[in-house]
Design a protein around this ligand. Sequence first.
Ligand SMILES: [Zn+2]
Length: 247
Amino acid sequence: MEIQKSTGIVLSSRTSGEADLFCRILTKECGKRDFIIKGLKKSKRRSQSAAEPGTVLKLIYYFSETRSSFIVKEFEVLRYNFDIRDNLQKIFNLYLILETVEKTSGYNDTDRQIFDLLAAGIDTVSKTDSPVNLSVFFILHLLRLQGLLPDMKKCKKCGRTDYREFTLDISDLCPLCENCSGSRMKLTQASARNFIEDSLTQKFMHLNNPDFNRDNALNLIFYLVMFIEHYFNIEIKSKKNVLSSDV
Ligand SMILES: [Zn+2]
C-alpha cells in the first residue's frame, strides 16, 4: 500500500457503519475517487465539516490499486462554506452543481479544468445573489469542457438566428425556434439566449442581463439537466429541489 496526497472537493458523503464516513471526492490530481474517513462521525476532536459536500480538503491516504475506496490517514479542511449553509436556495444549487460533476465524471479521470471550474463555482455560489443563474452558467461551462456544447446561436431546423422564443432539443441541446419547436414544450425568451452567449464569453460576476429572470433560468436548467440525464443515462436527483423551490 502506498501513501498518496491530494487536494479534493467533497461531491457527496454518507455514513458507513457506525462511525465512518464514505466520501466521493473530486481530486485535483487523480479525478473522482472514493474515500473512507474512519471514526469521523463520533469524533469530538475532528470536525465533521470535512465530509460536507462542497468542502475542499487536503488528504493523505492509503492508496491501493486493488481497492475501490481508500482509507484517509489525515486530512485538513482548506475551505468550508459557512456562508452557504444558511441559505436554502444556495444549498440546492450547490448540490446541483456537485451532483452534475459527480455523475458525469469517471473515476481516476484527471481533469484540472473541471476541478478548477468546480472550485470557482462553489466560491461563486457563496458570493452571488443569483445561485440559479450560477447553476446555468456552471452547467454550460461543464458541458463545454466535456465537448458537449453545440452551436447555440441558430435554430437547429431552420437556421434562423433572430428568433424571439425557443426551446432546447434535449437530444443534442440545439435551439429550436418558436416556429420549429412544436407546441408541446414551454418556450424560453430570447433573453435566455443572450444569457447563454454572455455566459460563454464573460465572467459570471460581470454578467448583466436585466431581462433574464428566474423563470428563464429555471427553464434553462430544466433543459440542460434533461440533456445531461439523456446523454449520460443518469438521474440528477437534486434538480427537483432547484426547480420546485420558491425561496
Ligand atoms: Zn426554426
